[in-house]
Design a protein around this ligand. Sequence first.
Ligand code: PLP
Length: 286
Amino acid sequence: MTRTVYVNGEYLPETEAKVSIFDRGFLMADAVYEVTSVLDGKLIDFEGHAVRLKRSLDELQMAEPCSKDELLEIHRKLVELNSITEGLVYLQVTRGSDGDRDFVFPSADTKPTLVLFTQNKPGLADNPAAKKGAKIISIEDIRWGRRDIKTVQLLYPSMGKMMAKAAGCDDAWMIEDGYVTEGTSNNAYIVKNGKIVTRPLSNDILHGITRKAVLRMATEAQMEVEERLFTIDEAKEADEAFTTSASAFVMPVVEIDGVALGDGTPGPIATRLREIYLDESLKAAI
Ligand code: PLP
């Protein structure tokens, strides 16, 4: 089935949607993005994504393509037009183009490019992978220094996923100066003696929307949370581990670099947090 997508004010069949070859998103990865989950036909944490999008745009002195209310309307319309019950809405804003290639930004009044499309993912919430748990490898973190900005520079994370796949695993955690930064497309956590440990926010990691919600829910559920750096060796000795992201929610990790965590099955804290997150997020979905 041909999807209906959104490009710069128009809803079009995906085969008819076009962006200029001079667009800076294409030529320079001069673009930011968000991915919002859809469960039960409703948007999960739209507000969180809208706030982070504004922050990414501000950090790059990029113009806002439209208001938050207009963005919400576009999201909802695409979900409806494409009959999405479970899936994702991908949004990308680029600095646009003034019709040529130049390292210098085009003038500030250049119109940004706004593209949104849906991905249909039946079974997103009841994902069998979450019952099995993920096997991860560790790789060096060689990304740029502003990982807090959600840019489309995803080549290294993409290579990381391929390295994991080549090793027969599901994903990779990245290591910088001996400490785990985050997963290729998720935030990383370990659990030891009932305490959840995760890296504090800084420019070194993406400020996950799911991370914020899950840490709040964990605290509300009387779980102990500590935000500090941790090494991959500490992770291998943890009782359990997990990742969070808007598209995979809470994903248990059962193996790191070939070392099984606990009994090698999803841990109780990760499993409980996944349940709480899905439950609470669905109630608040719009
Ligand atoms: N870290 C990285 C590098 C990511 O790419 C993502 C999501 O794409 C996350 C963390 C998780 O962020 P969120 O929970 O907002 O999806």
